[in-house]
Design a protein around this ligand. Structure first.
Ligand SMILES: Nc1ncnc2c1ncn2[C@@H]1O[C@H](COP(=O)(O)OP(=O)(O)OP(=O)(O)O)[C@@H](O)[C@H]1O
Ligand SMILES: Cc1ncc(CO)c(N)n1
Ligand SMILES: [Mg+2]
Length: 501
């Protein structure tokens, strides 16, 4: 399978907000492969640029050849090109190895005011690189430098600059207005030789804008590599920058005036949780309470009231199984339950509904054999969430393990009214699945105070607990029933441990 591929030819930013590092993060966030040719190494942080070390021209040439001759990127995106010699080397390589599109971010002066490519580079940009470009993306100061130093202060100025820069030879010119003083929106102007387009987004109130230019250019390159037209690539890229800025407007990295932002905000709900993710603790399966809409209705309780009582009675993990609820009500209930669960250190899982897990950032999902496959659930939820799978056979348990489940639920152990037409596997079925699986297991189906002993003392080492619905929720007092059942569970666990000695 071919993947869209952008090669970035740019400088390294030690602070990782801009340059090569921003390009890698932006392309990754946008689902595009990114290779890198490094032209300079900068010592840089949120205060500014403290030092620059150019990479030798010959070595830039060597990197270009390595990537272009073998990996065939779709699009080349350029950033910091610190010397006329390096610009020339790049132009030669681009003529030797053709690519589908060239995006030139004519990095000269950063928003912080630091010079990244001096006036000597300007002429080579104009004469050699810009004529090869499909799109060039100067910021205000760079656009001004390209047209001889006329200051740009309004959108009208940006339009005239775009037209003048177009005469230098690039197919498209995007003059970026991120640094436009006193503008309410963030406006960028595109000129394609015939028409002007304006791209507007809300100006996010944040000082974390270091690297917006690099990010915009590599996101444009990423969309072009996927096959988008120039205007739609800009539209998507701009929307991406806007949402990344919005998402990271309050993050604090460094003590300077302009901080970096977070490119991977689409992982907000899983891998980028600021709290350290805890690995799933199988002992949490001990007394696993599963809610039921009909039972709560019958007893006139809201789901959060029922969950609170179960937790206070000693339930060690909760699963919300709301088959009949409207999505909006379900989400509100899940949020309320999550707060209760987390204040007691109890994980909250959602039955079947990955969307609800993502929307409320619950701890995980429990899926059945006809729900979303565990492998797909894992790719949607990321590495941190708990995934449990109902399995009736060793084959299903094996598949759950391969697909990255954290535990399996096995049942029905006994007949039950909660699930109609649910095949009973019995204690023997439970044992067959348990003994062949590497995963921790919880037993489910018709379990209550009268039979919990026979289940837990049946001699299945990876059986970590029992999951119950009716025994807790189809009762007058959820709290008292949970307390009683917990006592019975603890007794069985103790006697199992004694037998094992
Ligand atoms: N505060 C903001 N809110 C929304 N969009 C912004 C903001 N600041 C910049 N942008 C957008 O980010 C993109 C990059 O613009 P900008 O003019 O800052 O480039 P630049 O100066 O080259 O960036 P760099 O800071 O990397 O040097 C543009 O699309 C611009 O409109
Ligand atoms: C290496 C590098 N490239 C580009 C920019 C522009 O933001 C920067 N600050 N640093
Ligand atoms: Mg800027």
């Amino acid at each position: 399978m071919r993947v869209p591929h952008v090669l970035t030819v740019a400088g390294s930013d030690s602070g990782s907000g801009a340059g090569i590092q921003a390009d890698l993060k932006a392309c990754s966030a946008r689902g595009v492969y990114c290779s890198t040719v490094i032209t300079a190494v900068t010592a840089q942080n949120t205060l500014g640029v403290q030092g620059v070390n150019d990479v030798a021209e010959d070595f830039v040439r060597e990197q270009l050849k390595s990537v272009l001759s073998d990996m065939h990127p779709d699009v080349v995106k350029t950033g910091m090109l610190p010397s006329p010699g390096i610009v020339k080397v790049l132009c030669q390589s681009l003529k030797e190895f053709r690519v589908r599109a060239l995006v030139v971010d004519p990095v000269m002066i950063s928003t912080s005011g630091d010079v990244l490519a001096g006036p000597s580079v300007l002429a080579t940009f104009r004469e050699e690189l810009l004529p090869l470009a499909d799109i060039v993306t100067p910021n205000l100061r760079e656009a001004s430098a390209l047209i001889g130093g006329v200051p740009l202060e309004t959108v009208a100025d940006m339009r005239s600059a775009a037209k003048l820069i177009h005469n230098i030879g690039p197919r498209n010119v995007l003059v970026k207005g991120g640094d436009l003083p006193a503008s309410f929106d963030a406006v960028d102007v595109l000129f394609d030789g015939k028409e002007f387009y304006e791209f507007r987004s809300t100006r996010i109130k944040t000082s974390n804008t270091h690297g917006t230019g690099c990010t915009l250019a590599s996101s444009i390159a990423a969309e072009l590599a996927k096959g988008a037209s120039v205007p739609s690539a800009i539209k998507i890229a701009k929307r991406y920058v806007e949402s990344a800025l919005e998402y990271s407007k309050d993050i604090l990295i460094g003590g300077g005036r302009q901080g970096p932002f977070d490119h991977l905000m689409n992982l907000k709900n899983n891998t980028l949780n600021v709290s350290v993710p805890r690995p799933f603790d199988p002992s949490k399966l001990l007394l696993y309470a599963v809610t039921d809409t009909k039972m709560n209705k019958k007893w006139g309780r809201s789901v959060s009231v029922a969950v609170k009582a179960a937790i206070e009675g000693g339930a060690t993990i909760i699963q919300l199984r709301e088959k009949d609820a409207d999505t909006r009500d379900f989400l509100e209930a899940a949020k309320a339950c999550l707060e209760i669960c987390h204040s007691h250190g109890v994980p909250l899982l959602i039955n079947d509904r990955i969307d609800i897990v993502l929307a409320c950032d619950a701890d995980g999902v429990h899926i059945g054999q006809s729900d979303m496959p565990a492998r797909v659930a894992r790719s949607l939820l990321g590495p941190d969430k708990i995934i449990g799978v109902t399995c009736k056979t060793p084959e299903q348990a094996e598949e759950a393990w391969i697909d990255g489940a954290d535990y399996i639920g096995c049942g029905g152990v006994y007949p039950t009214n909660t699930k109609e037409n649910n095949a009973v596997v019995g204690l023997d079925g439970l044992k067959t699945v348990g003994l062949t699986s590497k995963l921790p297991m919880v037993a489910i189906g018709g379990i209550g105070i009268s039979n919990v002993k026979s289940v837990l003392e049946f001699g299945v080492p990876n059986l970590k607990g029992v999951a119950v619905v009716s025994a807790l929720f189809d009762r007058e007092s959820v709290l008292a029933e949970t307390q009683n059942l917990l006592r019975a569970v603890m007794d069985s666990v103790k006697s199992e441990q004694n037998q094992a000695r």
